[in-house]
Structures are given as C-alpha cells and as structure tokens.
Design a protein around this ligand. Structure first.
Ligand SMILES: [Zn+2]
Length: 290
C-alpha cells in the first residue's frame, strides 16, 4: 500500500486514458493519489477530481512559474477551494529561478556567439542590465506569491508542498519562520545530504521521484539511503520524470511503486518497510479528512 504524494492528474496528458491510469495505480498497490494544483484553475480541476474519485485527494496552490500570469488575488479562490474536505494541503508553491529573464537572454545569445563570450558581455550591455532588473522583479513577484500560501495554510491548519529549483537559499529563508507552525515537503528532492539535513533540521520533509532510478541519479539515491526512514515520502511528479525503464515516456502514479522499490533496494530493505514508513509519514503530513 503506497501513497503517490505528487501527481498532476488534471494535465491533458491523462485525458485519454484516465480510468486506465487509476486502475494501473490500484494494481500496483498505489491506493491513494494526491493531485497537485499549479494555478487557481488547475487547483479547481484537482478538487473536482478529488470529489469525483475516492482514491484521489487534492493539494491547492499556485506554482512559482505562474507568478507572472497569476491573478492579483489568489488567496480568496484558494480559501474557497480549501472548504472541500478533499483538500489535504496547500501548494505547490515555492521559488523557481530556472528561467530568469537574464538567463533566457544568455541562452538567446549563445545561439549567436559562444557561451563564454555571451556570459562575459551579459551585464556590460544595456540589454543585460535591463534583464538584471527584470530578474529582481521576477524574483520578488515569486516571493510574494509564495509567502501568501504558507500564511493561508497556517491560518487554516494545513501543511505545504514546496517546489524549489535553482533557488535553494531564498526558498529556505522564506520557509525558516514557518518552522513550528506548519511543515513543508521539499518535493522532487534532488539536492545533497547537507541540503536534505537543512530541510530536516527545520522539521520539514523531502520526497523522492523517479530520479532515484536514473543512471545519473546516484547522488539522490544515496541521499535516500542516508536520511531517516520517517523523513521522506515517495511521488512521481507525473506526467514528468518517469522512472527507468519508462524514462522519457509519460509518467503515471503506478510508477510510485518503482520509486519505492528503488529506494528499498538501495537501503537493503523489503518494499513493505518503505511502503509502511512513507504511508505513515504521508498520513501525518497530509490532512486526510474524508
Ligand atoms: Zn509538481
């Protein structure tokens, strides 16, 4: 019995064979699936799915990469959605600096010049300075969207699902004051053991995806063997990050089992031990009410 703690079942990738996706999850022993909202609209779809299917639960929030297009007030609609007893946490929220305006500019230029020359001139031109200003605005927009969500979660008694990409220190700084008020799960964890310990020291959790099965995922797999059994959960982040042997294909919740099996093998434990521990951790972290 496993809980898939991070799926995007409202994405169009699942529209064609939704019932088969759920059936394969059940057959793989994945008895509960948490579907994660990435915008207000996506969160609405997540709640609708959770109200329709008994094995699905919803997490509601606005993803940092939607910061530019997000509505001025996301809190009122999230507050309304949280009234559904099928909502079990807030998120995914956090920071994502992977596509900063200045980095996009560098990428654009590297098609015209070599990477190192583009880097050297990045901030020496008006274009570069402009992009740097945009970076600041983009980051502060993400930060304000981010902070509102754990604030609401504390008020309503929920934990939060955290998305972090290329923004480690800023994400940790924003989460620091919430220790003791709520818990966060740093989902799709891909960092070092030191970073995992920083998260655990703040009484937060991590969760692992199919990356633990990748050839170049040895570092993350190692982290998954070193941290205490009760400090992590398993997920797929489907439709992305399908584990080996499905790498590159569409991912789905049934593959949570492959993630758990991979961690079990790396830790030298039977699958049932990983299943029991991660299920218990998820039952405490998420607010299952109905
Ligand atoms: Zn996600």
């Amino acid at each position: 019995m496993l809980i898939e703690t991070h799926a995007h079942l409202d994405y169009p990738e699942f529209a064609g064979d939704f019932d088969d996706v759920l059936r394969r999850a059940t057959e793989a022993g994945v008895t509960r699936i948490i579907t994660i909202g990435t915008s207000v609209e996506s969160s609405k779809r997540a709640v609708n799915l959770a109200e329709k299917y008994p094995s699905i639960y919803a997490v509601i929030g606005v993803h940092p990469t939607y910061a530019e297009e997000a509505e001025e007030d996301v809190i009122t609609p999230l507050w309304e959605l949280a009234k559904s007893p099928r909502v079990v946490a807030f998120g995914e929220t956090g920071l994502d600096y992977h596509r900063l305006p200045s980095l996009e500019l560098t990428k654009e230029r590297s098609t015209r010049a070599t990477q190192s020359i583009a880097d050297a001139f990045q901030y020496s031109t008006e274009e570069g300075i402009e992009a740097g200003i945009h970076d600041g605005a983009y980051k502060s927009k993400q930060a304000s969207l981010f902070e509102q969500q754990p604030d609401l979660a504390v008020e309503l008694g929920f934990n939060v699902v955290i998305h972090q990409r290329d923004a480690w220190n800023d994400t940790l700084e924003i989460m620091r004051p919430y220790s003791g008020k709520l818990r966060g799960v740093f989902h799709c964890f891909g960092g070092t053991i030191e970073q995992a310990n920083q998260v655990l020291d703040l009484d937060h959790l991590v969760s692992f995806t199919g990356i633990v099965t990748f050839k170049n995922g040895a570092g993350v797999r190692e982290v998954a063997t070193q941290i205490p059994l009760w400090k992590f959960m398993v997920e797929t982040d489907c439709p992305y990050l399908a584990p080996v042997p499905f790498r590159g294909k569409r991912c789905e919740p049934a593959y949570t089992r492959i993630v758990a099996e991979s961690i079990a093998a790396a830790r030298g434990l039977p699958l049932v031990d990983i299943a029991e521990a991660t299920t218990e951790t998820a039952e405490k972290f998420f607010r299952f009410r109905a």
